[in-house]
Design a binder for this molecule. Structure first.
Ligand code: R5P
Length: 335
């Protein structure tokens, strides 16, 4: 069993919403032989004026800090809280900070899509990097792979497909030749092809031709594998208002899919025009599978796959100094 030569130096800091994920990741690391990890709560002190002051509750001087931080539904406040937390860790003398942020907001705003607007994704990334102690970042399924190019620090851009693959292999064990992996738009095609290949060589791929305008989402066409009579597994990076998914589910059923299951890494589940994504999807006729990158309501049609083990194995590669994250991604988590 491996023991980190200096595991007393490793701290897992966490916000209250990330407590369970952080504690479970620490337990997993312990079971991998990285003992003596210190867990350290970030207390968010709120003033009557609405201002906040994040406080790191234990000493982090010269520690290697993995900061589990969440962006649950209030992205603007959360970003400010996050930047202040990085500052608090830096000023407290952390040797290095690795934010572990399964979901990062604002990443869809990665270009100027109309005149006189910001590129918010790049602005956020630059703000994170302004904290000199941030040496690396760990995140799951950013909206586009190209966002890696904005970072000047190393990023572990982890594909959510690692958790969806092991779930799907178990779930569809004897029916893989009847399974079609579905990309809900062209931007998702590459990711979904990799998911299909990881699940099994029999799994075919279909791609939906989606168009979004100010009135919502339309699916014009289904390209690739025939979905008639098949079990369709949609995979998206996020469910926001649920508009994309609902239209994708409807299109697949209109083309005689036998059943539809939808998976997405980030359950943002926001409301639009007074209807929440939950309300929208409840009658959609599809089971939905997400990760716990964000907190969700509990529903019998919604399965939540935990990320702590995946994240712990990635952290393990770093703290042991001899592991390969890409090997982990290619081979999946050890049983
Ligand atoms: C779009 O490019 C993304 O990959 C998602 O499909 C989209 O952001 C989901 O948003 P909504 O649930 O609001 O349709």
């Amino acid at each position: 069993m491996f023991t980190h030569s200096n595991s007393n130096n490793i701290v897992i800091a966490y916000t209250d919403n990330m407590k369970t994920m952080a504690h479970n990741a620490a337990l997993e690391l312990d079971s991998l032989g990285v003992d003596s990890i210190t867990l350290n709560r970030v207390e968010m002190i709120c003033f009557p004026s609405g201002e906040v002051k994040p406080k790191i509750t234990e000493n982090v001087r010269r520690k290697e800090v993995f900061l589990f931080f969440d962006f649950n539904g209030h992205p603007n406040d959360d970003i400010w809280n996050f930047l202040l937390t990085l500052d608090a860790l830096h000023l407290a003398g952390a040797e290095s900070i690795t934010p572990v942020v399964p979901y990062l907001p604002y990443l869809r705003q990665d270009r100027k899509d109309e005149p006189r607007v910001p590129i918010s994704a790049a602005r956020l990334i630059r703000s994170i990097e302004q904290c000199a102690s941030v040496k690396r970042l760990i995140t799951i399924d950013m909206h586009a792979d190209q966002l890696q190019a904005v970072f000047t620090i190393p990023v572990d851009h982890l594909p959510g497909r690692v958790v969806f693959t092991s779930w799907a292999k178990e779930r569809f064990a004897s029916k893989l030749d009847n399974l079609v992996a579905v990309a809900p738009d062209f931007g998702s095609a590459k990711r979904v092809r990799k998911l299909a290949a990881d699940i099994g060589s029999d799994v075919k791929v279909a791609i939906l031709e989606k168009e979004r305008d100010k009135d919502g989402v339309e699916i014009h066409n289904i390209i690739g594998a025939n979905v008639s009579g098949k079990i369709c597994l949609i995979n998206d990076d996020m469910i926001d208002t649920g508009g994309t998914l609902l239209k994708a589910i409807q299109a697949l059923y209109q083309h005689d899919a036998k059943s539809v299951i939808a998976s997405a890494s980030h359950p943002v589940f926001s409301s639009k025009d007074g209807t929440s994504a939950y309300e929208k999807l409840i009658g959609g006729g599809a089971e939905i599978v997400v990760t716990d990158s964000l907190i969700t309501e509990s529903h019998d049609w919604l399965t939540v796959l935990p990320l702590h083990s995946y994240l712990a194995h990635v952290i393990f590669q770093h703290v042991t100094c001899d592991g390969s994250v890409s090997k982990l991604i290619m081979e999946g988590l050890p049983k």
